[in-house]
Design a protein around this ligand. Structure first.
Ligand code: NAG
Ligand code: NAG
Length: 337
């Protein structure tokens, strides 16, 4: 049995006329609810036990972790995704409801060392039905050489957790091999803006590789599908896009690109083909890139006074969604839906 991927790309149209449409929310049922609106969220592990929410301004970044544990939680930044050397925080909420939190760094295969300069600040710590919530803020550049400077580069975030509270920061038990990991994230760039309110008449259009089986006999699959831009009586604008990736399949979606395809016709709508290297001849000229996403990307809002025009003369009518699925270990039979 092969893995099935529902992979999609969503965007919304700002309209100037027409009746308001409800905007469907793509929220997975087990996604925890943050304590406030954060522009960005990311499931860090594959089984949905560790969620990161964050928002930034020009000087600070605020994180909120929601982790399925009543024990301690570790979170950090690393240049190479390894557990050391890295800039980490450790926190937990004890049985009296008191939150404990420290800015630390790691130097080796042993528990983190507390920084002499405490630059990550706890704002809130609590336990809820999901698990443990820690909300904390730091400067993008703390000027502490034990802290990682946050820039608009891709950053590796590392995470860990443990089922139990430690007695103290000096006696942290090891989290174990399965309750830890690393993920590449662009914390500052190409992220959805904070508190962005969609207009009430915004509409959503999903383009999906619905029910695609990632082959288990190759590590690289480029799959393409043709979509028609919905016809509307007047001009629309793309104002947001978001990736939709089936939970549990995050590791096999490497990147995707949406091209405009002027040579496609209504007959091509829904066509699927393998597009590793060459495309069918009639789609060879479809090289104008509309949107792109890669691992670490979370979605994008256009600035308030900008959008990508659709439905006006000369605008794209047909799109190609080209997705690179990666299966380096040639796994099969995992998580079929
Ligand atoms: C940026 O965020 C920090 C932390 O929330 C806040 O203290 C600071 O005032 C904010 N700066 C601006 C310019 O909004
Ligand atoms: C909770 O509070 C009680 C009473 O102050 C104290 O004896 C106990 O050690 C506290 N528990 C923890 C985990 O701090």
């Amino acid at each position: 049995m092969k893995r099935t991927i529902y992979f999609a790309f969503l965007y919304l149209f700002g309209t100037s006329i027409g009746k308001p449409n409800a905007v469907t929310q793509h929220v997975s049922p087990s996604k925890p609810t943050p304590t406030e609106i954060f522009g960005n969220s990311w499931q860090l592990d594959s089984d949905g036990s560790y969620w990161l929410f964050w928002k930034t301004n020009t000087t600070h970044i605020t994180f909120e972790t929601h982790v399925k544990t009543k024990g301690y939680v570790g979170f950090g930044l690393s240049s190479n995704g390894k557990m050391f050397p890295s800039d980490v925080v450790v926190g937990w909420v004890d049985s009296n409801g008191t939150a404990h939190f420290k800015d630390c760094h790691t130097e080796g295969h042993y528990a983190p060392t507390i920084d002499s300069s405490q630059d990550w600040m706890l704002l809130q710590g609590l336990e809820d039905n999901f698990g443990t919530v820690l909300k904390f803020v730091r400067k993008l550049d703390t000027c502490d050489d034990k802290d990682y400077q946050i820039t608009d580069n891709t950053i590796k975030v590392i995470y860990s957790y443990h089922p139990d509270d430690p007695a103290s920061f000096d006696t942290l038990p090891w989290h174990g091999a399965n309750r830890q990991g690393a993920k590449s994230v662009m914390l500052l760039s190409a992220v959805k803006s904070n508190d962005y309110q969609l207009p009430p008449d915004a509409e959503q259009f999903d383009i999906l590789h619905n029910n695609f089986h990632v082959p288990a006999n190759t590590d690289t699959t480029y799959q393409c599908k043709i979509f028609k831009v919905p016809e509307k009586p007047s001009k629309r604008h793309i104002i947001r896009f978001e990736p939709i990736i089936t939970r549990g399949n995050e590791d096999v979606v490497h990147h995707f690109v949406v091209f405009s395809c002027p040579t496609a016709t209504d007959n091509d709508e829904g066509s699927v083909f393998n597009c590793y290297g060459v495309r069918p001849k009639k789609y060879e000229k479809c090289n104008d890139i509309l949107l792109a996403w890669a691992i670490g990307g979370v979605g994008y809002d256009f600035p308030h006074n900008a959008g990508f025009s659709l439905n006006a003369p000369g605008d794209p009518q047909y799109l190609i969604l080209e997705t690179h699925f990666t299966n380096p270990t040639l796994k099969s039979g995992m998580g079929a839906k």
